[in-house]
Each structure stands twice: as structure tokens, then as C-alpha cells.
Design a protein around this ligand. Structure first.
Ligand code: GDP
Length: 298
């Protein structure tokens, strides 16, 4: 194992206390450590480079404060820049309902990313905390058990799911769900789209078609934080085809260093709204940039 980034930066700046301004030579050395730590945490290289440039600009010439060591000071500059890049201090997990009901929330992502589980988790959260009436529908017609899986999760979460009609196309199911949403006075209709093990053209065309037909107010990309760089590539591919409005990072309870989160905003331009922190339906947190920054810093 390696020392935490905070410790390594502390070591570089040991003995510099009270020296005046942070010097370029010391800052460069520190930033080499930061870069290594970011890459170890699975941050994409271009994202790491941009980040380093930003921190360098802030750090060089910064007055060395008397109250802290220069190491602590650089750690703080890095920490603040991380928080900013992850969404800022006041990151907001709320979803938009600024439309004629039902608000369509489309869930996209690869198979196994935790999409179906996250759909049920978010639906339950909206119902319980925000008193929204939610209807869920699975558009995955290829995996035989997918629609049943959502129905089972719906029962556990006490969230209604659209009754399954065999043989319908994803477009038909989506239309039926929205119609049922209107008739039933639902605030939100959550569409759990089909995933694949990897990106393929047919899947992307299907997702883009459904997106164009259903006009979701939120399109949430679900990514598995444990897949690191692959999660970033997945996000790039989805972003090419649909307008992503938010990201859900799952398996944050695993031991990933969290670098994928840092890249995610840069790649999708969308905020990370939620963090999946376990298999249970209540294991969903609002994404907290500060907590994640602490994790990346180690
Ligand atoms: P989908 O194929 O993308 O719909 O993925 P599923 O929702 O079926 O999830 C795949 C597996 O990952 C299931 O066993 C879930 O219980 C599990 N899972 C989903 N989200 C999380 C999470 O945040 N943490 C953990 N530990 N497991 C999760």
C-alpha cells in the first residue's frame, strides 16, 4: 500500500513552515505526487492534467499561512479544487419536476451497473422523502427476467410498476407507462432502459429513440464506480447519444478510490446526483463532493 496523498504532501513540505510564499519547485514536486495519486485513484489522464494545471495556478505564490504547514496548505488547495470539480459545496441531488406530470425519468447504463436497483432506490426515495407518486417500468425486453426483477423490487420498495404485457417493444412499453402515469395521476414515471454488457450500436439507437420519443426531464446515467476508467468510457459513449442530466455512481461502498467520480462530471457535464452504497433499497445517498474529495486524497 501507499501512503495517503495528504501524508506524502506533508513530507514534501516538511520544514518549509514560515518560508513566505509557496515556491514553484516545491509546488511542482507536490503536484507530481498529486498526479500519481489521481492516476492511482483511476482519474482519466486528461482530467488529471487539467486538475493539476488549476491547482498549480492557485498554489504558486500563495502566501504560506502561519497557522498551517505548507503541506497542509497544498492539501487544502487540492481538496478545495477536488470539491469544486466534483460539484461544489452545495451539490444538489434533487431531480427536476418542472414539466407537465408525469415527469419522465430515464435510467441508462450498462448491464450490471446497478441500473434496476438504482431505479427502485430513487423511486422509493422520491416517494418517501418527497411524497411523489412514482410509477416504474422496465423497457428491457431482451433479458427475460428484467421486467420481473423490477416488479419484485417495486414490491419491496412499495412503488408501483407497470403491469407486464408480453411481446411489447420498448417504445410501446414507454408509451404505455406515460399514458398510465397521466391517467393515474403520477408525478413521475421512471423508465429503466435495457442495458448490455458493453456498448453496442443497436442499444444506443434504441436508447436515443426512446429518449427522443419520451422527452425525459431527467436522464440519469448509472455507472459502477468499481469499473474506474471503463466507467468513464461508458459515460463518453452515452453522452454522444443522449443528453445526460445526472449521474448515479453505484458500489461506492466498494473499495474504489473514487477517481471515476472526478472524471464523470468532466465527461458528461452533468452533476453526480446519487451514490449507491449497498445492495439494499435504502442504500442510496445524495452524492457528497466533500466526502468523495476526502476519499481521493486518502
Ligand atoms: P443492472 O443490470 O444494471 O440493472 O444491475 P442490477 O440493478 O441488477 O444490479 C446488479 C447487482 O449489483 C445486484 O446484485 C445489485 O444488488 C448490486 N448493486 C447495485 N447497486 C449497488 C451498490 O450501490 N452497492 C452494492 N454493493 N451493490 C449494488
Amino acid at each position: 500500500m501507499f501512503d495517503s496523498l495528504s501524508d506524502r504532501l506533508g513530507a514534501i513540505f516538511e520544514g518549509l513552515r514560515g518560508k513566505g510564499a509557496l515556491e514553484e519547485k516545491d509546488v511542482n514536486e507536490a503536484l507530481r505526487e498529486v498526479r500519481v495519486a489521481l492516476l492511482e485513484a483511476d482519474v482519466a489522464l486528461p482530467v488529471a492534467k487539467d486538475f493539476i494545471a488549476k491547482v498549480k495556478e492557485r498554489a504558486i505564490g500563495a502566501e504560506v499561512l502561519r497557522s498551517v504547514t505548507p503541506g497542509q496548505q497544498v492539501v487544502k488547495i487540492v481538496h478545495d479544487a477536488l470539491v469544486e470539480m466534483l460539484g461544489g459545496e452545495d451539490a444538489d441531488p434533487s431531480l427536476s419536476f418542472a414539466t407537465t406530470p408525469p415527469a419522465v425519468i430515464m435510467m441508462v447504463g450498462l448491464q450490471g451497473s446497478g441500473k434496476t436497483t438504482s431505479t427502485a432506490k430513487i423511486a422509493m426515495r422520491l416517494q418517501k422523502r418527497e411524497k411523489k407518486k412514482v410509477l416504474m417500468a422496465s423497457l428491457d425486453t431482451r433479458r427475460p427476467a428484467a421486467q420481473e426483477q423490477l416488479a419484485i423490487l417495486g414490491e419491496q420498495a412499495e412503488v408501483k410498476t407497470l403491469p407486464i404485457i408480453a411481446g411489447q417493444s420498448p417504445r410501446d412499453i414507454a408509451n404505455r407507462a406515460i399514458e398510465a402515469g397521466k391517467l393515474g395521476g403520477y408525478d413521475a414515471v421512471m423508465l429503466d432502459t435495457a442495458g448490455r454488457l458493453s456498448i453496442d450500436e443497436q442499444l444506443m439507437t434504441e436508447i436515443a429513440d426512446i429518449h427522443a420519443a419520451t422527452h425525459p426531464i431527467e436522464t440519469l446515467l448509472v455507472v459502477d464506480s468499481l469499473t474506474g476508467q471503463d466507467a468513464v468510457t461508458t459515460a463518453e459513449k452515452f453522452k454522444e447519444r443522449v443528453d445526460i442530466t445526472g449521474v448515479v455512481m453505484t458500489r461506492i461502498d466498494g473499495d474504489a478510490r473514487g477517481g471515476a467520480a472526478l472524471s464523470m462530471r468532466a465527461v458528461t457535464g452533468a452533476p453526480i446526483k446519487f451514490a449507491g452504497v449497498g445492495e439494499k433499497l435504502d442504500a442510496l445517498d445524495a452524492f457528497e463532493p466533500k466526502r468523495m474529495a476526502g476519499r481521493i486524497l486518502g
